[in-house]
Design a protein around this ligand. Sequence first.
Ligand SMILES: Nc1nc2c(ncn2[C@@H]2O[C@H](COP(=O)(O)OP(=O)(O)OP(=O)(O)O)[C@@H](O)[C@H]2O)c(=O)[nH]1
Length: 499
Amino acid sequence: MKRDVGLARFLLLAVVLSVSSATAWQIWSTREHALAEIDVGNLNLAKALNIYADGVFTQSTVLLLGLSERLEAEGRELESLRRIQTLVRGQEQLLDQLRGLSVLDAQGDSILQSRTGESSGNSSAERAYFLHHRNSPSRDFFIGPPIKSRTSGEWGITISRRLEDPDGRFTGVVAVTLAVESFLQPFGSIDIGSGGAISLATTSGQLLVRYPYREQDVGRDISKSPNFLRHYADVASGTASFRSGLDGIPRIYAFRKSDRYPVVTTVALGQSEALRAWRRQALLTLGVVGVLLAAMAMVGRRLIINIQHRVSAEASLMATREALLKANGRLELLATQDQLTGVANRRGFDETLSLECRRAAREGAALALVLVDLDYFKRFNDTYGHLAGDKCLQAVAAELQHCANRPGDLVARYGGEELAVILPRTDLQGAKDFADRLVARIHALNISHRASPHGRLTCSAGASSFQEIHADGVEHRLIEAADRALYEAKKSGRNRSAS
Ligand SMILES: Nc1nc2c(ncn2[C@@H]2O[C@H](COP(=O)(O)OP(=O)(O)OP(=O)(O)O)[C@@H](O)[C@H]2O)c(=O)[nH]1
């Protein structure tokens, strides 16, 4: 039964654990699945926006290439610059993102502004793109950090190219400016939730455009940020989850670098927003499973309590049964034991005598009985008192018990100061010898009895034995014979035995 409780506990625990772990696994795998779907969507979006940016840059570079060829071939005469101005106007109609074109001389002074068609009079010698081309012989296009227009205050992205004379000497820079706004518009038209962000940056870590727009983010250098270094630096495209270094919001990012230009487009969704549907589903699952587990735990607990009640009821039943058996045993003993001397009482004597008679009849064996009576015991009581008489009886019974040590021998208090010994498988001679031994042992106890002619406590014994025990009432005859012999011993002077 106790094992049943252990087994029930184990089963309950196993069910709770397996259901919990299966649920945890299911929730975790649906999260992974949701994240994978988000990554795919984000990557596709990043790719599409990258294509858009590539297209804009390509149109700009085509324009720059044509202009730089013409400037280098045709020179910078006023007429030539006017023709270029007309050409750029035409291009501006076709390319919405184009905010302007400028041609700088070798000192960084403007020699053409597409908006006015003339020099703006401003020097751009300190602009990053001018410094880049002046210091680098490369004729590649350069996407510079965003610049703020001195006239309109608008932010723009510059793409520029170095101008050279036929000897390869630096003669200036031709640059187009793309409006940051023209990137923000398509970025903003995409639903990326309230926590999302889309950005375009150079691969060297210069932020060009970021939606949602904050002026302080424009041109920000993120090249030293741990997130940039860990996730963007060395791969062409990928996904990652981290907390934004700009606004501290945890997001799921997907980024793609352009194959042609040193720019990277990033699409990010706010993590908590992106996983909202998954979270709702997970909470629902947790709720349902939690309620089920709680119900199961309650039922299991009740079951275990029931088993425990049954176990304890059974244990107390067993204990009661054992106590009852012990009590019965004690009662049985009390019913057949003499309280004063501890030997069998008259009932025990009668039962044993009848039992031994039947056994002797069955086995054809002899059965002997010795009756023992203390001499002058009335006087002993009168002389020493009843309590001393009791103690004396106890001592005599103990001595008899000591003598009758064969298996099956039984010492009993036959009545009053009279004791009896049943001796199975003992003939008359054996019984007589036993009786003599008893008389001698009691004498040897040397219990003082000044009222007796012997001066000490003595006893008389009568022995009887029957060999063939078949007839009814044999117990009675055995007792009568022993009693007669006892009477004889008394008559012939006491402190002796007769048979
Ligand atoms: N102390 C004590 N005395 C008992 C007990 N049972 C019987 N007696 C006493 O034993 C005495 C027996 O006396 P009697 O039968 O007259 O015989 P007796 O004095 O022993 O004399 P004989 O047997 O002829 O030698 C009585 O005085 C009983 O009261 C007992 O349990 N305790």
